[in-house]
Design a protein around this ligand. Structure first.
Ligand code: FUL
Ligand code: CA
Length: 481
């Protein structure tokens, strides 16, 4: 028979004990932190942009809007090959240009004739948006869309009825092809165009014309978890260039109340973010694998090399951003052989260079901990949900990894636990050389992920010195290759 008295004492001790553990204080989040959707988005790291429309067949980058749908005629269309290649290259999602500035739409919209339905593709029975979204489901990739606000085909561009048209198309897209993880609002707006035959220059007020808050609300009603990309966010910001380069200093925070999509002269701010920004608006690095966004046969020998793509990986994902890599299908409706080759070699290069992480076998020493759960070992467990936190308000701290024997080291990767906010303002990396510490890098921000390439060093110890931080330092992972 159970001894009830003993059992009660035991239960009481348990309660006291659990009360005690629950009063261990944890680090407090900063005032500005990512939403759970933004956190999940960061984990995608690399995904594909697909630019495909009449431009593919005219050789233009910006169609004027007077292109006949009859030219949209891919000869050997293979959407499965696009998405399979993207998946094989290790990318996690696809964003498709459902309509570019020329106004031709890739699905049979009931609001316009200027679409695939009027083209020879599948005798007008084709639907590229459907094909891509279904292939994404098949291959387990997320699906996103781009619908150009600027429309050089529409006679009513510039008047309120066009905004209605744009919203109607969003309703169609978000009803038929969701769920959509990200929507791209391009900042290019207004200028010359066909505009239903007027052939003139039209200027709109980018700040007021589209009434974005209303459009965004409409889309969120249909697709609550969506993230909007634009110069101004609200959830994801442009990085300020199309070269594949995020700021060496890259804050996820920004003041978006002074920005709007298409506002000129803010590239520098978008590139670095704003240390004191009041909103969490991480940068996305958009860059094309070719010189243009659309396929042009004369650029077949200008496909970025695996080495160049690797460099871009370091200046985007390696600087805490996500990489949106454009891979434009050709006139057959396939990703060209040269692009496929480059993509797959790049993937192999990433896998090779980042295959032998020395951190899990290292002894970790940290200068302080916040509490007994936020220990240094959490940095090397391969789990981004576990973290090391320095002592309360400790803005300077050192993490030392003892590799036990000398190894060649070329890259150090550090991740902040950004769920509690981006904190680190500056840090340095040292390697143990000739019985002393040698500084090999001095950098500023970390964010979601910072990959620092150092001159290959044969060393038995590596240390990261956090020199300044907004609040106690919190890192989730450190890797050494
Ligand atoms: C720009 C556009 O004007 C380009 O054509 C392309 O779509 C690029 C991704 O964004 O603003
Ligand atoms: Ca961890």
């Amino acid at each position: 028979m159970i001894n009830t008295k003993l059992f009660l004492i035991f239960a009481a001790t348990l309660t006291i004990y659990s009360c005690k553990t629950s009063i261990i204080s944890s680090p407090k989040p900063l005032a500005v932190i990512p939403s759970k959707e933004q956190l999940a988005w960061q984990e995608l790291e690399i995904y594909a942009f697909i630019h495909f429309t009449t431009n593919t067949f005219t050789g233009k980058e910006w169609g004027y809007g007077d292109e006949s749908p009859s030219i949209f005629n891919p000869t050997d269309m293979d959407v499965d090959q696009w998405v399979r290649t993207i998946k094989d290259a290790g990318l996690k999602a696809v964003i498709l240009t459902c309509k570019h500035h020329d106004g031709f739409v890739l699905w049979p919209s009931k609001y316009t004739q200027h679409s695939v339905a009027s083209s020879p593709y599948k005798n007008g029975k084709g639907d590229v948006v459907k094909e891509v979204s279904e292939a994404c489901k098949k291959y387990g990739l997320k699906f996103g869309l781009y619908l150009s606000p600027w429309d050089r085909n529409r006679a009513d561009y510039g008047s309120p009825s066009y905004v209605e048209y744009y919203r109607n198309q969003l309703k169609e897209l978000f009803t038929a092809y969701g769920p959509v993880f990200e929507m791209w609002l391009d900042g290019a707006n207004g200028g010359d165009g066909y505009y239903g035959g007027s052939r003139e220059v039209r200027k709109i007020n980018g700040k007021t014309y589209y009434d974005w808050p209303k459009t965004i609300e409409l889309v969120r009603g249909l697709n609550p978890n969506i993230l909007f990309f634009s110069d101004a966010g609200p959830e994801i910001r442009w990085v300020g260039n199309e070269r594949g380069v995020a700021g060496q200093t890259n804050w996820n925070t920004l003041n978006i109340d002074t920005l709007y999509a298409g506002k000129a002269g803010i590239e520098g701010l978008l590139n670095t973010g704003d240390e004191n920004g009041k909103y969490w608006v991480p940068a996305e690095v958009d860059v094309s694998i070719r010189p243009g966004w659309f396929y042009h046969a004369e650029e077949d020998d200008k496909v970025k090399t695996p080495e160049k793509l690797f460099e871009i990986y370091l200046t985007s994902v390696g600087r805490g951003s996500n990489l949106l890599l454009n891979i434009p299908p050709d006139r057959r409706g396939k990703i060209h052989e040269n692009d496929v080759k480059s993509l797959l070699e790049w993937r192999k290069m990433l896998n090779d260079k980042f295959s032998n992480n020395l951190a899990p076998d290292a002894k970790v020493k940290v200068t302080s901990v916040f509490n007994k759960k936020t220990k240094g070992q959490n940095l090397c467990d391969g789990n981004i949900k576990t973290y090391w936190a320095a002592g309360k308000n400790t803005k300077e701290a050192i993490v030392e990894l003892n590799l036990s024997q000398s190894k060649d080291v070329s890259f150090i990767e550090i991740q902040e636990y950004i769920a509690l906010g981006q904190r680190v303002k500056s840090f340095a990396i040292d390697v143990w050389k000739d019985n002393t510490w040698l500084e090999v890098a001095k950098e500023t921000t970390i964010g979601n992920k910072r990959i620092v390439q150092i001159k290959k060093s044969n060393t038995s110890k590596v240390r990261i010195r956090i020199l300044d931080s907004k609040a106690e330092v919190i890192l989730s992972e450190v890797k050494v290759w």
